[in-house]
Write a protein that binds this ligand. Structure first.
Ligand SMILES: [Zn+2]
Length: 357
């Protein structure tokens, strides 16, 4: 049994001062690339599945594919996580299909576009957390709306993201409110807004503290040292992948992501889960383009997919190593959901808060 809850995995990460990348999967190729990387460096994994991925690949296909991965890689703890659940049913149906963790993103309404107010967010997140915890599954909440501090715009990615212009108050998580939110909802992990956004176009220049607010991470960690923080939109959009993509017929405008060094700084201040999707997509797509241009007669999809998988595997391996995830899989013995449920019921997993100053 190698399936693990997010809570157990991030508790281990906190105890041993490392972060865990959460890579999105949509198909066999991405899943195998992540698992190959994890096995090579002995890293536990978070496989994260968006609503878009569930409708692309279908729930049953994903569930059986993940069961197959457990069989293929019995030594690697696998956390299966719903990315950006928009309502109760999304989260509960994920758990029905074997997910061990869900994100209930109540920062937006169920349409995944309209920013929600605080009371709505608390209400729906607390409700989903109570239900998920009753069966031992973990819950990530989000406070603050993801979007750009440069433009004030939210971002649509994979059918998810705020529409319209947002204020700095919405785009930066308020540390005092974060304490209140965790106390009321009992989430296991908290996604915070700090200027990162989804997709490739995060920043128009190398980010500094004005547009990537790492101070928000540090401030929240000071008040909530026992709560696992989550950085969304944390692809680094490496220049060499942009260049490879563009050298083979791509037309991607110059862009900047979140530097890996800044993520590592976040990991020193309570960031335990780091969401990465764009980098994996770009690694694969750049290699599709290269094969298509270098060998114009090629028509076997595997000839495109294999180098793309190898590139994604190398990228994942690099993140496992730089976030400190490598080397920890063998020390983790996954606790079953039934035992996690018992611990929640007993109050043993209630959030801890810093003593009042
Ligand atoms: Zn996200």
């Amino acid at each position: 049994m190698s399936r693990i809850t997010l809570r157990q995995l991030l508790d281990h990460a906190a105890e041993h001062d490392y972060g865990v990348p959460a890579f999105n999967i949509n198909n066999i190729e991405q899943a195998l690339a992540i698992m190959e990387a994890a096995e090579a460096v002995d890293a536990p994994v978070i496989l994260q599945v968006s609503r878009g991925a569930r409708s692309y690949a279908r729930d049953i296909m994903l569930a059986k594919m993940i069961a197959a991965l457990e069989e293929l890689y019995p030594a690697i703890p696998i956390c299966v996580h719903q990315d950006h659940g928009n309502e109760d049913a999304t989260c509960l149906s994920a758990i029905q299909h074997g997910f061990t963790s869900v994100m209930m993103d109540g920062s937006l309404k169920a349409d995944a576009k309209t920013p929600a107010d605080y009371a709505y967010n608390v209400g729906i997140t607390a409700r989903v957390a109570a239900m998920a915890h009753a069966v031992g599954a973990s819950v990530e909440g989000e406070l603050g709306v993801l979007g750009s501090l440069e433009t004030g715009q939210g971002e649509q990615e994979d059918g998810h993201g705020a529409e319209g212009t947002l204020s700095h108050d919405q785009l930066l998580t308020d540390p005092d409110q974060a304490v209140d939110f965790v106390a009321l909802t009992k989430v296991d992990a908290l996604a915070i807004a700090m200027g990162t956004s989804h997709g490739a176009y995060k920043f128009s220049r190398k980010p500094d503290g004005d547009i990537l607010a790492m101070r928000v991470v540090e401030e929240i960690h000071r008040r909530l040292p026992g709560v696992h923080l989550v950085m969304h939109g944390s692809s680094s959009v490496p220049q060499e992948l942009q260049d490879l993509f563009n050298a083979h017929g791509g037309e991607m405008p110059q862009t900047w992501g979140v530097p890996v060094d800044e993520i590592v700084r976040g990991i020193r201040h309570g960031v335990r889960k780091v969401n990465i999707d764009t980098d994996c997509r770009l690694a694969m797509a750049a290699h599709f383009r290269k094969v298509a241009q270098d060998n114009r007669a090629e028509f076997d999809p595997r000839k495109f997919l294999k180098p793309a998988m190898d590139a994604m595997r190398d990228l994942c391996r690099d993140r496992f190593e730089r976030f400190g995830t490598a080397g920890h899989a063998c020390a983790i013995k996954p606790v079953p959901l039934s035992e996690m449920a018992r611990r929640y019921r007993a109050g043993a997993l209630d959030p801890h808060f810093a003593a009042a100053a």
